[in-house]
Design a protein around this ligand. Structure first.
Ligand code: SAH
Ligand code: SF4
Length: 351
């Protein structure tokens, strides 16, 4: 399948141009127009594209820009968080979110349409899996968020988190190619350390990431400290059980010499007790870890509720007392349903 133009790395553009009989040196201005200046239409001579490239771009063989039509946009009260629903060429819709505040804006990107992992509390999991996103469709989301940011705040994105719809490591190659393009210093130039990949605990993917040349941040979603408890929330725990997952994380920290971020979605009365916190601290003993607590964003397809504020603080205190850094994810953007997959879920339930 021919991907959209955003999905071509610098090297892939050079190759494609030479295959089409165009001098590959023209890859430079083309890559810059697409990936740095974010030209969204009319890639023409007026945009600094040289005539032979413009001619080639107008042929049927040349890839086109990804059509990311914005079908919904929910700004939050603070003016900083904004959630976009983007319609792709085949009509599939994915979410991309801008979060943060001046000087520290982050884009949260989707990697799949739906998700095959079926976590019970997650709006995306409740939708099931439709398809993987292409490299171009992932890069195009970052472009969409960055364009909005340049217009509204005159700023650039600083961080990228792969925490939107889908399981990034289940779509490994396109995600890695997309991140290679996003971190290219001839393009958006976002440093690899400012990119976080969040996984449900996809062990083969974690091990591949450990051997990948770039050093992205890894976040692993735990939510349970025993197979029995985790399995009730995350069905794929059967395939990738906790002991193996922790083993893979240890291997990752040893190879990369980098810490792993562990996400724990706190669900009232389910996994938010002091006992859970003690068991989590025990499980992570000796690992270079950082714990990120996420109070549940209630979804219509799951009965669980958000935890009490006191439980969140106590849980955090226990993890910190065990010697591990522990932060609570800010609830910024909750009013725009910024939990993954929630904008789409809300629209579907209104239909
Ligand atoms: N598939 C990846 C990345 C996307 S989800 C993963 O599961 O890690 C990003 C994070 O949001 C995960 O930690 C996930 O468990 C959490 N999450 C999903 N739905 C949520 C909800 N309704 N409330 C709070 N956190 C949620
Ligand atoms: Fe998929 Fe992550 Fe949602 Fe689980 S939490 S269903 S892995 S997107």
């Amino acid at each position: 399948m021919v991907d959209s133009l955003e999905g071509y790395s610098y090297g892939a553009l050079e190759q494609m141009l030479s295959g089409a009989g165009v001098n590959p040196v023209h890859a430079k201005p083309l890559f810059s127009a697409v990936q740095r200046r974010l030209v969204s239409k009319n890639l023409s001579v007026a945009e600094g594209i040289l005539p032979p490239v413009a001619r080639w771009l107008s042929t049927d063989e040349a890839p086109v820009l990804c059509p990311t039509e914005q079908t919904d946009c929910s700004p939050s009260g603070d003016g900083f968080t904004e959630k976009y629903m983007l319609r792709l060429a085949d009509g599939a819709e994915v979410e991309a979110v801008r979060m943060g505040f001046p000087g520290r804006f982050t884009a949260c990107l989707s990697t799949q349409v739906g998700c095959a992992m079926g976590c019970v509390f997650c709006a995306t999991g409740q939708m099931g899996f439709s398809r993987h996103l292409t490299t171009g469709e992932i890069v195009a989301q970052a472009h969409h968020v960055e364009r909005g940011l340049r217009e509204s705040h005159g700023e650039r994105l600083r961080n990228i988190v792969m925490m939107g719809m889908g399981e990034p490591l289940h779509n490994f190659e396109p995600v890695m190619e997309a991140l290679g393009i996003i971190t290219d210093n001839r393009g958006l130039n976002i440093g690899p350390a400012r990119v976080a990949i969040s996984t449900v605990g996809h062990i083969p993917g974690i091990l591949k990431l450990a051997h990948h040349p770039k050093r992205y941040s890894l976040a692993v979603s735990l939510h349970g400290a025993s197979d029995e408890e985790r399995g009730k929330l995350i069905p794929v725990n059967k395939k990738w059980p906790l002991a193996d997952l922790i083993g893979a994380c240890r291997e990752y920290t040893a190879i990369k010499r980098a810490r792993v971020f562990f996400a724990w979605t706190l669900i009232g009365g389910v996994n938010d007790s002091k006992d859970h916190a003690f068991r989590l601290a025990e499980l992570l003993k000796g690992i270079d870890a950082h714990v990120n607590l996420i109070p549940l964003n209630a979804t219509e397809g799951y009965e669980g509720e958000a935890p009490d504020e006191t439980n969140v603080r106590e849980f955090q205190g226990i993890i910190q007392a065990s010697g591990l850094p522990c932060t609570v994810r800010q609830r910024r953007g909750i009013d725009v349903a910024a939990g993954c997959g929630q904008l789409k879920a809300r629209r579907l339930s209104k239909q």
